[in-house]
Design a protein around this ligand. Sequence first.
Ligand code: HEM
Length: 226
Amino acid sequence: MRRVSALAHTSVGKKVLMAVTGFIWFGFLVGHMAGNLKAFTGAEHFDEYAHHLRVFGEPMVPPMGFLWTFRLLVLVAFVGHVILAWQTSRGSHAARQVAYRKQEHLSFSRASGFMRWGGVAILVFVIFHLLHMTTGQLHPDFVEGAAYANLVGGLSSPVVAGLYVLAMVAVSAHLYHGLWSLFQTVGAAHPKYHAARRPLAVAAALVIFFGFISIPVAVLTGVLTF
Ligand code: HEM
């Protein structure tokens, strides 16, 4: 723990921790997307999968134990990622007393501004999304435990489905730039790997984008119904 806190005090350490916490979220997104795609196998399978997540590991693990451990991990990664992003953006502002004069620096500063505001948009989306699909306060007909009906019912409004698609644009763009930077942080900026950095980041972002938007699109087009 002390090592992590010492690492968080250096700018390189902050970058590494941002990469690690961001990668935990990438892993979560891949799993979440794969879980969502189970909706195409039918209501029964999807509900069974959602139920399984809640009772996973029983009786060795208490009910909801696995889910809460997992929730705690992604929450810590999320909060850590946001705090580190805030600290590094403040740090780079403080270090840059004079505005950039050279044009080539602008693309970097534009990307970091885009990451910051995109990140804020994702944060707003996640809060909305939890109140919509997990706790149900913002869902018109939420029924505890009826995962498939909640999913299809929650996305049957074109406005809400459109909002999800827009959020996925922000998520995929953030992911693209995040992965690209991550490859640099972990040393893939080496000339040998340099060429693969962009195509890999693009491929991962596209898989996440199309994998996620397939759900609202399928609900709107009637492929997924009650
Ligand atoms: C079209 C895109 C998405 C759809 C259709 C979707 C659908 C869902 C559904 C149905 C649940 C409730 C699962 C359950 O209670 O069993 C859920 C939970 C959740 N989603 Fe999404 N999701 C999408 C995108 C995202 C994205 C991009 C993120 C993160 C950036 C995200 C983060 C979460 C979180 C944190 C939960 C709570 C998991 C838990 O119960 O602990 N989702 N999502």
